[in-house]
Write a protein that binds this ligand. Structure first.
Ligand code: SAM
Length: 282
């Protein structure tokens, strides 16, 4: 059994007093291990000018650490209004902390962050891990760093090189946008209630595009189509782009990629070549 701080104990008492039970459907596994919380904040490297977007503050354990870090602003987006009494108290305590009650998948993040650059720090709700990450990775939103707690298996996929079973659309999207590494792992006992899986924190540091991609939306569409049927050769899976077999063959030829390959063997450079050559069958 892991040690949780006295502060965590107080939070749990408040939870009981408010009569709140963790909602599994909303991925509510609260992180109360102070060492892990501090390590997450350290990975974010908060600076006095930083705006940090926290996804799902919940009971406010991570929010409190972020608010104490001395950054300019912590904007927290939470779906579940039952936490409002706790989070309002935190807003009173820290002028830099503000909660917005919205769905992170629908919120207008450009507006919320006023178009300024920001960092994302989150113990993510696991039921929407991939769509949340894809929202940041596929968009032109001005995030500069993501520090996210995810299922250990997802962390593996995020940093996986080509060729392996775990390499997929998420790996390509992460590595297209950022330098990514796993900074820590966390056992189920670090959370209340404990999730069914091990977890890990991944740090993604955005970097300027290293690949020659002209149309990012098309690039991501190709990546999704290629991995939509992992077992198929890409000459077949890429037909999901709405192409005839002849068009797909001509496209692959123009990109100098063997259509017998499977998506998991394609490097980021291969996907960029496919994007560059798209439409070159006319
Ligand atoms: N940050 C807290 C912590 O570390 O203990 C809670 C993390 S808990 C894993 C995930 C949080 O995300 C919960 O507070 C949950 O209510 C919230 N959440 C779930 N779905 C959401 C959504 N679509 N938009 C915003 N928040 C969401």
């Amino acid at each position: 059994m892991r040690e949780h701080s006295a502060e965590s104990g107080e939070i749990l008492q408040v939870l009981r007093r408010l009569g709140i039970r963790a909602d599994k459907k909303l991925g509510q596994n609260f992180l109360l291990d102070q060492t892990i919380l501090q390590n997450i904040v350290a990975a974010a490297q908060p600076q006095p000018d930083d705006c940090i977007l926290e996804i799902g503050p919940g009971l406010g354990g991570l929010s409190r650490c972020l608010a104490r870090s001395g950054c300019k602003k912590v904007l927290a987006v939470e779906l579940d209004r039952r936490f409002a009494p706790l989070l309002s108290a935190l807003e009173c305590e820290y002028a830099s902390f503000e909660v917005i009650y919205q769905d992170i998948l629908k919120a207008d993040l450009e507006k919320i962050t006023s178009g300024q650059s920001f960092k994302v720090v989150a113990n993510l709700p696991y039921y929407i891990t991939t769509p949340v990450l894809m929202r940041f990775l596929e968009s032109g939103l001005a995030w500069e760093r993501l520090v996210v707690m995810v299922q250990n298996e997802v962390a593996g996929r995020m940093v996986s090189p080509p060729g392996g079973r775990t390499y997929g659309a998420l790996s390509v999207a992460v590595q297209y946008r950022a330098d990514a590494r796993i900074v820590l792992t966390a056992p189920p006992a670090a959370f209340i209630p404990p999730p069914a899986v091990d977890s890990a924190v991944v740090l993604c540091q955005k970097r300027p595009a290293a690949l020659n991609v002209h149309n990012e939306a098309l690039f991501f569409q190709i990546v999704r189509a290629a991995f939509s049927q992992r077992r198929k050769i890409i000459a077949n899976s890429l037909r999901n782009m709405g192409l005839t077999p002849e068009q797909t063959a001509a496209w692959l030829k123009a990109a100098e990629i063997d259509g017998q390959r499977r998506a998991e063997t394609l490097s980021l450079e291969d996907f960029a070549r496919l994007e560059n050559a798209f439409g070159k069958w006319r």
